[in-house]
Design a protein around this ligand. Structure first.
Ligand SMILES: Nc1nc2c(ncn2[C@@H]2O[C@H](COP(=O)(O)OP(=O)(O)OP(=O)(O)O)[C@@H](O)[C@H]2O)c(=O)[nH]1
Ligand SMILES: [Mg+2]
Length: 404
């Protein structure tokens, strides 16, 4: 009789080594830089992500200015629009020209968004003609096509004039209705990045580089397999909805004992005017060597929880053997911009109001004290008069008596 062959059931491998997650690998992102500044920023980002294939992250600069399109990194594809209107010479700082240029080519723009990417990141430096006029048209088309979008916008320097700033803000006001989430970076923040005197162009590069660094952190988080993995579904959760003001930052320190410094850096991205306090959704990813202590992890998480106690928090962890004695945290948060704006306004308004109330209280105290003193004096006189009635001898005589 033949022996029955015993087939051993294969045990699943219990290796702790993270494998590249299939869902992570498939995520496709398109980064679109609108206008001169937008193109420069995504060009900077593309240099940092040289190791990424275009099937993962695709870079496209879109502009009415052909010369500007020719000056970008080779990884950046170019897309010219509004050529009939602008002859490829730019919008000459005229917002309505930028807007019309995009509207004229709406069909062509639709094709730019027709490649089924999971996320479209629209980057633009506001204040000129093309970026300010065309970005709202691009955002609206993406929204009509039900695509997931993140907008990243820089504001002009205040020395460039109020008019530019006003056009930038009205573009943001319009765009936020179309975008899932958006970030606003004032170019003015450059002054906080360096104390040295730098040329105008160098200063812009400084900001572009810093922003590209934050975006690089986010994209690497999406694509790096972790011990606790943040996947595309998590990022979707963070971005879902409309008009979400986003906070993005990457902080890095050497040495496990520098956690306070790490947290300080994480809370304050020097190129943003806001932080992640009271956010609705937070994703943070910690990257460090294998011996990253549980205490460190716990402290970082606790601090983030304290800043936004009501937030839905998603957490990831990547072991990076190359990072000896280093910890890096990437954070992305979103929250309703309306709520944050009204809170900020309230903070601004409440202060003088509180001062006024306090002054009034103080005045009331003084008034009351004066009244009370008068009242007390009156009562004292009345009491004295009452006492007088009890004595048979008039007061002046009593005093006389005492003298004797
Ligand atoms: N952060 C940053 N801001 C920039 C950069 N280039 C320009 N800006 C700012 O963005 C504003 C708009 O400039 P551009 O982006 O060149 O303008 P545009 O959108 O191409 O518009 P037109 O040239 O008028 O068609 C400027 O006023 C600057 O404040 C850049 O590389 N980085
Ligand atoms: Mg331009």
């Amino acid at each position: 009789m033949k022996k029955k062959k015993i087939v051993k059931e294969k045990k699943p491998k219990t290796s702790r080594q993270p494998k590249e997650d299939a869902s992570v690998k498939k995520v496709k992102i398109k980064v679109i830089g609108v206008g001169g500044g937008g193109g420069n920023i995504i060009s900077e980002l593309s240099k940092k992500l040289k190791d990424f294939s275009s099937s993962k992250v695709d870079f496209v600069a879109v502009n009415t200015d052909n010369q500007a399109l020719g000056a970008l990194h080779k990884k950046v594809k170019t897309f010219a629009f509004g050529q009939k209107l602008t002859f490829g010479l730019g919008a000459g700082r005229d917002v309505s020209t930028g807007e019309k240029a995009a509207k004229d080519d709406a069909e062509k723009i639709k094709s730019l968004f027709s490649d089924n990417k999971d996320l479209y990141i629209i980057v633009s430096s506001l204040g000129g003609g093309t970026g300010t006029g065309a970005s709202p048209v691009f955002s609206k088309i993406a929204s009509q096509m039900n695509l997931m979008t993140l907008g990243i916008f820089t504001l002009p320097f205040s020395f460039e004039g109020k008019k530019k700033m006003d056009t930038a803000w009205s573009a943001i006001e319009e765009m936020k209705n179309h975008l899932n989430a958006y970030m606003v970076l004032p170019n003015e923040k450059i002054f906080g990045l360096t104390k040295e005197e730098v040329s105008f162009t160098d200063s812009l590069n400084l900001l572009n580089n810093h922003l590209a660094g934050s975006l690089e952190g986010l994209l690497r988080t999406i694509y790096s397999p972790g011990v606790i993995n943040i996947d595309w579904a998590d990022i979707r959760t963070i971005l879902e909805g409309k008009k979400n003001l986003a906070y993005l930052n990457v902080a890095k320190v050497r040495g496990g004992q520098n956690l306070e410094e790490l947290l300080k850096k994480l809370i304050k991205n020097p190129i943003l005017d806001y932080d992640f306090e009271d956010a609705d959704n937070i994703m943070f990813n910690i990257e460090g060597s294998k011996d990253l202590s549980l205490q460190s992890l716990s402290l970082i998480s606790r601090k983030i929880n304290e800043m936004s106690p009501g937030a839905r928090i998603i957490f990831g962890l990547i072991n990076n053997p190359k990072m000896k004695n280093e910890i890096k945290v990437t954070i992305l948060s979103t929250g309703s911009s309306e709520r944050k704006e009204s809170k900020r306004k309230k903070k601004k308004e409440v202060k003088p109001e509180v001062k006024k109330q306090e002054k009034e209280k103080e005045a009331e105290k003084v008034r009351r004290t004066a009244l009370e003193i008068k009242e007390a004096e009156k009562k004292e006189i009345e009491k004295e008069e009452e006492d007088e009635k009890i004595f048979e001898i008039p007061a002046f005589l009593r005093k006389e008596k005492k003298k004797k």
